[in-house]
Ligand binder design. Structure first.
Ligand code: HSE
Length: 320
């Protein structure tokens, strides 16, 4: 995440311009509720310029463009402002141009991507004046997102284990076995994360807790070394069934895929379905199966694991 100079022309009047790229993410991965996350090769790309005045200009293209606010309530703006406040700097005028590839409201980390884009943009706009390290980026992003399992892979790429320790949110990045081939099946409807969370009980039977502890430990091994174990390793008893009442088609598709031998899980809080195939060849069969399971059409995206995570680079500096 180094801020590097690039060749593009300066933006007239801008103090700084940075370009930010952030991957989609899939959180939970079945048993790893609020803990595991995977960065995926769909991206939001933003150009953010700072100005000496107090302007705020936002344009959005792509996913969610119709509903994303273009005022100070915009999540990217709030995230930039959060960083400037944290380091004791006044927020400059901003122009933000976003090209969103990450589907909105589909369990693919769109809000985590917006938060990550904001904190990375702020890092780039402050570079040379205030240094913001990886730990601070994760802390700031988690303060905004509420849990670190989407923002950790969005920031750092790969497979991440995220937890909150004595000194705040932490992460460990791991590299995924190259045989693992992600497929995301995205429906036309959306799901609210807060609704999904409200459907879960505060207490679970001990045997269900043990079930998830064993599967999430196994999942790390399966993703790194032993993709043939992915079906067993992606089973869950903590969240998916409880949330299924609010997204029955998603649960039905996950169950049908699992019965057919695919390691399918609800992606994040849903409603998309993530399939972790143990080779690229298996994915078309999962797409074909999805066509017949529900009345809802599912759009299949055959993806790669993003290993780089979010990036920010300076496009122009010091032009007036
Ligand atoms: N771990 C989170 C959840 C991810 O499932 O609620 C979605 O933000």
């Amino acid at each position: 995440m180094a801020v590097v100079a690039a060749d593009e022309a300066p933006v007239p009047g801008a103090l700084r311009t940075v370009e930010v790229t952030v991957p989609a993410t899939s959180a939970n991965l079945g048993p790893g509720f609020d803990t595991l996350g995977l960065a995926l090769s769909i991206y939001d790309t933003l150009t953010v310029s700072s100005f000496a005045d107090d302007r705020l200009e936002i344009d959005v293209e792509g996913s969610g463009a119709e509903e994303i606010p273009t005022d100070a309530s915009n999540l990217v703006v709030r995230s930039i402002a959060h960083v400037f406040t944290d380091v004791g700097r006044a927020l400059p005028g901003l122009r933000i141009s976003a090209r969103n590839g990450v589907p909105h409201g589909r369990g693919l980390g769109s809000s985590g991507a917006a938060v990550t884009a904001g904190v990375l943009a702020a890092k780039g706009l402050l570079a040379g004046e205030v240094e913001i390290d990886d730990a601070a980026l994760l802390r700031l992003a988690t303060e905004l997102e509420g849990h670190p399992d989407n923002v950790a892979p969005a920031l750092f790429g790969g497979l991440t284990i995220a937890w909150t320790g004595e000194s705040g949110p932490q992460h460990k990045k791991l590299l995924v076995h190259r045989g693992v081939a992600p497929l995301v099946l995205v429906p036309g409807f959306t799901m609210s994360t807060s609704l999904a969370r409200s459907l879960q009980p505060h207490q679970v039977p001990r045997e269900d807790a043990v079930f998830n502890v064993s599967r999430s430990a196994l999942l790390v091994a399966a993703l790194m070394q032993s993709p043939e174990l992915l079906l067993d390793a992606t089973d869950d008893r903590l969240h998916q069934d409880y949330r299924g009442a609010a997204m029955p088609e998603t649960l039905r598709l996950v169950q049908a895929l699992r019965r057919a031998g695919f390691a399918a899980v609800v992606s994040g809080a849903g409603p998309s379905v993530l399939v972790l195939a143990d080779g690229p060849g298996g994915r078309q069969a999962a797409v074909d199966l999805a066509d017949g399971v529900t009345d809802t059409p599912w759009v299949g995206h055959m993806l790669a694991v993003d290993v780089r995570g979010g990036t920010v680079r300076a496009r122009a500096e010091g032009s007036t």
